[in-house]
Design a protein around this ligand. Sequence first.
Ligand SMILES: Cc1cc2nc3c(=O)[nH]c(=O)nc-3n(C[C@H](O)[C@H](O)[C@H](O)COP(=O)(O)OP(=O)(O)OC[C@H]3O[C@@H](n4cnc5c(N)ncnc54)[C@H](O)[C@@H]3O)c2cc1C
Ligand code: SF4
Length: 549
Amino acid sequence: MSERQRGGDRAPAEKQDVCVIGSGVAGALVAYALSDRGHDVVMLEAGKRFDPANRLQRMERAIRPEYHLPEVWDMGGERDRFTSSGDLYYALNRTRVKAVGGTTLHWLGITPRFHEKDFEMQSRYGLASDWPIGYEDLRPYYAEAETELGVSGGTDNPFAPPRETDFPMDAFPASYSDSLFAEACEALGITMHSVPQARNSEPYDDRSQCVGYSTCIPVCPSGAKYSGDVHVRKAQSNGARVISQAPVQYLEHDSAGERVEAAVYATPDGERHRQEARQFVLACGAVEIPRLLLLSRSSQYPEGLANTSGVVGKYFMDHLVVRVGAELDEPTNQEPIGYQTRETHQFYDHDDSPPGSVKLVFENVNPPSLAESALRGGDTGTPGDLSDVVAGDTWGDELVDTVRDRMPNRRVGMFGNPETLPRAENSVTLDYEKTDSHGNPVPDVSFTIGGYERRTIEFIRDVQRDILNEMDASNIVDSPLRTASHKMGTTRMGTDPSESVVDSRLRTHDLRNLSIASSSVFVTGGAMNPTLTIAALSLKAADAIHRDL
Ligand SMILES: Cc1cc2nc3c(=O)[nH]c(=O)nc-3n(C[C@H](O)[C@H](O)[C@H](O)COP(=O)(O)OP(=O)(O)OC[C@H]3O[C@@H](n4cnc5c(N)ncnc54)[C@H](O)[C@@H]3O)c2cc1C
Ligand code: SF4
């Protein structure tokens, strides 16, 4: 690979058809789809490029105590400072990775499609707004996205929206602990089914079959889990150029305010460059996209670029994780499989709402294992904390027995992902009191949930407790509420330019050559993991841009 291909040469590329900003799955798919049709594409990526051959060392970082999670992919520090000002603390640096491949280096890989109702919340329930496109518009792109990412899944889900073909690979088999839930679910009339996921259940696309390391979050050492760098490499082999460590500082527009002319980016040597192109695509995630638009304000657009509507940054959404755990009288053997193999979408399509849609997932992850707890000096944050055991005078078999008593292989858990509705006051704004390493105001994420979410949370907690009671579980405990790292909604799609930022072809209403590929365009967030929908929308945006070029 030449210095230019590795990203060491950071001078702008001349005569480019398309400049894609951000190289996560969204940017990578746009770059791949357009370069595959012969267009000249350059990608600007704020983060570093990691060598896939070093994934094993990254996994070591994930399991050794001297590292914190964001350090696995070199996150954090002045570059990634942020503010969280809502009722729910938003730990932004745990929800994203800035690197070639983006956050999918770190994600879990669950890839359901949205249901029809997710696009029609206003028409069906009088809530939020409808999307300007429906499930049928996205359906062919969903199929394409499943092929590109490589999704393993089954046709055993009676609640799934209509699909055209089987998944590219078979679903993973149910885990042992899934079988422990199964009897209770059957008694309660709850149908469990397989989980579609971008993880190879057999060799696929020159990547190996999953070998069960269970460190999918934050790193898959084998490459069996899909990550965006796969399509970055495919785009590069089509001739696309990737400039890493090149955070875009702002966008410049022409005197008419109709077209973007250049993306101005910084390089590690302190230089600034202008990347020109005919078309620009923002694919830098649902927090950095609105931030960049707000940072790109001009005399013509004093409230920020593409922000005539005033809604850039508003309607921020994330999913919630509502977990209930308990203990059984028998071993659960959850630890060997780190990802989910069974879930249910039975509580998704309500006749009336609230409660909102919920996805209920059966876990395969025990609390931290003995080895992990010992490595972390007992700092597990769970009730079964081992610090006093490991720090004590007990050794050998006696120690193992003591630990087994403290950390019994009897824990089970489930979690629901309840739907959150878009609220204008949940937002990404600029915090002018705090700057990043380039002197730019940092993003301030403000996220608070309301009554709709609370009713949905109570509903799904009750379902989980019913299942655990049916299993005769003891010590049933609610875990603290947390967010799922599914950032959405900050440059919403719509037909009315006074209420939305992009149209149904993902182009900004204000600028004729600026499109957005991201969950930032979601109008509502449903309760399904967002990335397959991001991928489908990215392929749709690429189609429209191709027609324009
Ligand atoms: C722990 C965890 C688990 C997850 N599990 C799942 C899951 O199971 N299923 C699911 O669907 N989703 C999951 N997600 C969410 C999923 O990872 C994201 O939805 C997805 O990766 C977003 O892709 P993206 O390309 O839009 O953005 P990103 O992957 O965030 O990519 C954006 C890229 O833009 C770059 N960038 C930012 N600012 C600039 C700038 N100014 N200039 C140039 N480049 C810039 C960043 O460095 C980054 O590389 C998970 C997330 C986390 C954190
Ligand atoms: S369990 Fe499979 S997908 Fe997860 S880290 Fe291991 S090999 Fe990768």
